[in-house]
Design a protein around this ligand. Structure first.
Ligand SMILES: [Zn+2]
Length: 529
């Protein structure tokens, strides 16, 4: 996730007021010029390419620096049967703003404990119709609970299972099993749900022509340390914590809709009552889709990965910016962190207020980001950040509530990797200017706090994002770039499709530079608790 207004406030807080004011003035002037020439530009971009595929072919990208990829960082291969298997039959009822369906989930117990209960998370139950999540939302019996309904939970013997919502968080659903699930055992549960989609320009919301349908179905939580994880939902951050699973989906939509989802669309059937999208999404953290009647697409294949940039209506310049940033990012991150193991990634311009959001195989980019810069540089930067999450959240899983820096600092550092490729040294020179007297972000340490320990959203974004980014930047310097990226690739390939904690990352760092490297230890001790 990235919220751009928050990032601006971080920069202001970092005593860069003058620079920001100056650049804002410049931006205002440029914005005015852009407005005046808008009509002309639209015409020329329409003339410049008569078809989507032509545009894609002519897209160029900056030449990549070459990293020496050692054999140890073996290619990461997508795997099947790693986790649960969700088999979903879904319908997006656009007029009613409802998503509903039946889910059969083949659950695997990978822990040492026998499960007598299961905990599912039903996030839509927390929202009001206009997308608010407040304290009242969590209370059982509140009106918000009407936002979702679950018809039944049933086990593989056809037995109806009792379930209840937590009193202080209705999104937590505990299902009592009739047959316990032993370690290593699989068991099928079926349930039927219906969720109202709020009217909101957010990651779960319908707004304008766009339906952002994320975290919408009851999803199995993670069992660890003897209990089911049940971190509170947060609006300006994440609590989505799942193991990698296989998804097969049939999704019915209105006939004029395009669906952009996690995984690959295997087949689209057009029937009298609508369009049926058959989707296979193996080895995914989650299943998410964006749908609407007004999407167009630019694409390019890079190293065997199809990068698809979906834009709204005739907003082709936006699409081109996302595609360019996508090509540069996927190449750069593949070399820096290990080759992306999936066949495709989708970058989607959508109605998402002032930011971006990452999901398995797709990223949402807020359409209003266009107005945060005159040259789409903010769109590109947010695209790079969200694509960085494909490695740090997607491939390497973390608990985003308890250890948000393990995905946000790394996704923010991905922006530096991207900036290196396009020759933008703005953040690098900021970080450099703070040495050797003091490290950047000193007022926002330690970065390795849980979400509730930051005290405010501003401190959360300043610390877990920008200050953690600085930490990885200084760590790269302390280790040397070659050694650092070698370490990162080992970290990713070793923990691909698993879940990590801080100790897993530090263990790899110490493997590469020992526990007595003064320069490395100085960085780690400064930023981490
Ligand atoms: Zn993020």
């Amino acid at each position: 996730m990235k919220k751009y207004n928050k990032v601006l406030s971080i920069i202001l807080a970092s005593s860069l007021l003058l620079a920001v004011v100056l650049s804002s003035c410049a931006n205002l002037t440029l914005l005015k010029e852009t407005e005046e020439t808008e009509v002309k530009e639209t015409e020329s971009s329409t003339n410049a390419s008569s078809s989507v595929s032509e545009t894609a072919e002519t897209t160029t990208s900056v030449e990549m620096p070459s990293f020496n990829v050692p054999e140890e960082a073996a290619p990461i291969s997508m795997q099947y049967d790693l986790g649960h298997k969700y088999d979903m039959t879904l319908e997006l009822d656009a007029d009613a703003q409802v998503v509903r369906g039946t889910v059969r989930v083949d659950i695997v117990n990978q822990t040492d404990a026998t499960w007598n209960t299961l905990v599912f998370r039903d996030y839509p139950s927390l929202f009001t119709a206009d997308g608010e999540v407040d304290a009242a939302s969590y209370t059982a019996g509140s009106d918000n609970e009407q936002m979702t309904s679950i018809s039944y939970f049933e086990d593989e013997s056809g037995e109806i299972l009792a379930y209840e919502r937590d009193d202080n968080d209705v999104s937590v659903i505990t299902v009592t099993l009739k047959e316990p699930i032993s370690p290593g055992q699989r068991h099928v549960i079926e349930y039927e749900f219906e969720a109202n989609i709020p009217t909101d320009a957010d990651r779960f919301g319908a707004y304008g022509e766009c339906y952002n349908v994320a975290n919408f179905y009851p999803v199995l939580s993670i069992f660890e340390n003897g209990e089911w994880s049940r971190e509170q939902y947060i609006d300006m951050g994440e609590c989505f914590y799942t193991i990698v699973s296989d998804y097969t989906v049939v999704l019915k939509t209105p006939e004029d809709f395009t669906v952009i989802s996690t995984g690959l669309t295997v087949e689209v059937e057009e029937k009298e009552d609508g369009k049926y999208w058959n989707i296979a999404a193996p080895c995914a953290r989650d299943f998410t889709f964006v749908a609407g009647a007004d999407f167009n697409m630019l694409s390019e294949e890079v190293d065997g990965v199809m990068i698809e940039a979906y834009y709204i209506g005739d907003d082709m310049e936006f699409g081109r910016a996302m595609l360019e940033a996508g090509i540069d990012s996927m190449k750069a991150f593949g070399e820096a962190f290990g080759k992306y193991p999936y066949p495709d990634v989708n970058i989607i311009e959508t109605e998402l207020f002032a930011g971006g959001m990452e999901y398995s195989g797709l990223v949402m980019i807020g359409r209003d980001l266009e107005f945060y810069s005159t040259d789409y540089s903010v769109v590109k930067e947010v695209t790079a950040h969200e694509l960085g999450h494909q490695w740090f959240y997607g491939i390497v899983g973390t608990n985003p509530y308890l250890e948000p820096w393990l995905d946000e600092s790394f996704a923010s550092f991905s922006e530096i990797v991207y900036a290196d490729v396009i020759g933008d040294d703005y953040m690098s020179s900021e970080f450099d200017s703070y040495r050797p007297d003091s490290y950047f972000g000193r007022e926002y340490t330690p970065v390795n706090r849980s979400y509730d320990q930051f005290g405010s959203e501003m401190v959360y974004f300043s610390s877990a994002y920008t200050t953690g980014e600085a930490m990885l930047y200084y760590l790269r310097d302390a280790m040397g770039a070659e050694n650092f990226y070698h370490m990162m690739r080992t970290y990713v390939s070793r923990h691909a499709f698993g879940i990590v904690t801080e100790a897993d990352f530090l263990n790899v760092v110490y493997e590469y530079c020992g526990t007595d490297n003064n320069e490395v230890n100085a960085v780690l001790e400064f930023y981490l608790d």
